[in-house]
Write a new protein. Structure first.
Length: 154
């Protein structure tokens, strides 16, 4: 992981794109319908036009923006950026360290409303102790419970 970070910094420096972030590893506490979500945003930049960009660093292969429309993590970050920090206008991006690819995702208000509903549904499931297994060879292969889990896909 450190090598990926160094590579990113070297490429950004060489490209002249090593701007100073407004925030790094910024913790937040967000209220959603009586629930409290806490997290940490990797990076927030403020651009010369006054807009803000939330950037989350990722390893692995880049996904298309259309695939990421339903990404709940970006939805939580967008809600926190707007409601906790009052950042507006706002763009949301994943930056893939291995490929130096930035994928910016649009999260219109109706999508954020759906994300908010998803957060509430997930919380209700947790309270009811409903943890439906979703076997996946990649995820199950790295899970500490794979030898005990009847649903493990390994």
């Amino acid at each position: 992981m450190q090598d990926l970070g160094r590579s990113y910094l070297r490429r950004a420096f060489d490209a002249g794109d090593l701007s100073k972030p407004l925030l790094l590893e910024q913790p937040f506490s967000l209220r959603v319908d009586g629930l409290r979500l806490t997290g940490r945003i990797d990076r927030v930049d403020r651009h010369s036009d006054g807009s803000y960009e939330v950037i989350d660093y990722k390893t692995g292969s880049a996904k298309r923006a259309a695939e990421l429309q339903r990404d709940l993590q970006l939805g939580v970050y967008a809600l926190a950026a707007r409601e906790v920090f009052r950042f507006d206008p706002l763009s949301l991006s994943y930056y893939y360290l291995e490929t130096s690819e930035r994928v910016t995702v649009d999260k219109p208000q109706d999508r954020l409303d759906e994300d908010r509903q998803t957060i509430v549904k997930v919380a209700e499931g947790i309270r009811a102790e409903l943890f439906v297994a979703r076997p996946d060879r990649m995820k199950c292969g790295g899970c500490d419970f794979r030898l005990l889990c009847p649903s493990a896909a390994v």
